[in-house]
Design a protein around this ligand. Structure first.
Ligand code: SF4
Ligand code: SF4
Length: 421
């Protein structure tokens, strides 16, 4: 049984923390708040108290265990403590004790039911003029308060979902392998151009492409927040779906989705031998589009054409530290003729989005973002490339609020532009 279901599974990780405090230097949450209970060391002490039963559930305690799960503490820890596992196990234990807060219950309900989510997004796309007004720098503002901060600049909702506008199976002449594409929610409803770019790259790299209609949310917003039963249901559904496809590779376009497939599903499904087997096979086949592009597109016969751009790259936490995909996006950028790469000082510093964290801690999320925006500004780049749609939303929101027109695209979109140019 995994740590998601039993906090005692991380007892050894908790004991490995020697309380040196090194994690303070890298934690974006601590760097803003300077509060010990907001850094890995402090949260590990809280997890220990929960495990020992000396600290019972309270909403305040559950809130203390929330953070961006950015892995910066894992990366800097000299003892190799897997802080993320402790945090996830403690959040799940607290939900078992006190139940999930209302927002997370609604999230679980919406994300588990794909048909309901589809209907909701379709209705929102049709009626958006009623509740959204255009922002002069792109994106939209809410016309009235709807549970979200009124300052927020939101991205557009696609008029038609990506998966509804593309055929499920794309056969490419001469292709010997098949790639199954997982678009994720944002790649389906908000940034269909990223999914389209991924299809383009895969088909030009010699893959038949299947984009299964029955896919839905990867479950990360739930597993990261301790709502384990709903996350497990999604993991099971995807294990069945992607196992049955028997594709050579499963391609994700977002580090958080990819990490769910690679790392969370094997943990969530470890209690069932048959699902555990499927989850391990799926994990082994999953890769990010940047990895596929480096292995097949850059080494293949497709010629990259010149683009005239100055760009920088923001590394998403779950793609870089989570999936270990760090050098590939930079390699892609540097391979495109005419693209001038202007690196950030801290490319892997968290942008502060972290999914629902950005909803529940919006002010703090923007404070964390400010450092990233200043770093971007100092490069003088005209466009930001990234590999995560949630980071993209966050960067676009922050830039628009600072009066700058956001030019942000996914690495796959940049590469697809060069393939097409
Ligand atoms: S988590 Fe690691 S870096 Fe942080 S206090 Fe513990 S041992 Fe030190
Ligand atoms: S995961 Fe990130 S935000 Fe959370 S404690 Fe570690 S460094 Fe801080």
């Amino acid at each position: 049984m995994s740590y998601f279901y039993d906090l005692s599974k991380v007892e050894e990780e908790i004991a490995n923390c020697m309380r040196c405090g090194n994690c303070q230097a890298s934690c974006p949450y601590y760097r803003e708040t300077l509060s010990e209970s907001n850094v890995a060391r402090g949260r590990i002490r809280l997890a220990k108290a929960i495990l020992e039963g000396s600290l019972p559930y309270s909403p305040a305690l559950a809130e203390r265990m929330e953070c961006m799960t950015c892995y910066a503490c894992n990366a800097i820890c000299p003892c190799g403590v897997k802080v993320d596992k402790i945090l996830l196990a403690a959040r799940a234990a607290l939900v078992r004790q006190g139940g999930a807060p209302a927002l997370k219950k609604v999230m679980a309900l919406a994300l588990k039911n794909q048909r309901m989510l589809d209907l909701f997004v379709r209705a929102a796309a049709t009626t958006k003029p009623l509740f959204l007004k255009k922002h002069p720098l792109g994106g939209h503002k809410l016309r009235f308060y709807a549970g979200l901060n009124g300052r927020r600049v939101l991205p557009d909702i696609a008029g038609k979902n990506f998966r509804d506008r593309i055929q499920e199976h794309i056969t490419v002449p001469g292709a010997r392998k098949t790639a199954a594409l997982f678009t994720g929610c944002l790649g389906n409803y908000v940034y269909p151009q990223t999914s389209a770019a991924a299809v383009d790259i895969l088909s030009k790299s010699g893959f038949n492409v299947v984009i299964p209609r029955a896919q839905h949310c990867c479950g990360a917003p739930l597993s990261l927040n301790g709502v384990v039963d709903a996350a497990e249901a999604l993991a099971r559904s995807h294990a069945d779906l992607f196992f049955s496809l028997a594709a050579d590779i499963i391609v994700t376009i977002c580090g958080t989705c990819g990490e769910s497939f690679k790392k969370k599903y094997p943990e969530l499904l470890s209690g069932s031998p048959s699902y555990s087997h499927k989850a391990k096979i799926i994990a082994a086949r999953t890769c990010d589009i940047a990895q596929v592009a480096c292995e097949y597109t850059l080494n293949g016969r497709s010629r990259l054409k010149e683009l005239n751009m100055d760009v920088t790259y923001h590394e998403p936490c779950h793609l870089g530290r989570g999936m270990g995909v760090s050098k590939e996006p930079v390699q892609i950028i540097q391979s495109i003729p005419g693209v001038n790469f202007r690196p950030l000082k801290e490319p892997a510093r968290c942008c502060g989005n972290a999914g629902s964290f950005n909803i529940t801690h919006y002010g703090l999320s923007l404070r964390i973002l400010k450092h990233k925006l200043a770093d971007i500004e100092s490069t003088g780049a005209g466009a930001v490339i990234t590999g995560c749609s949630a980071c993209r939303m966050q960067l676009a929101d922050g830039m628009a609020q600072e009066g700058k027109k956001p030019v942000i695209m996914h690495t796959a979109e940049l590469l697809a532009m060069s393939l097409k140019a």
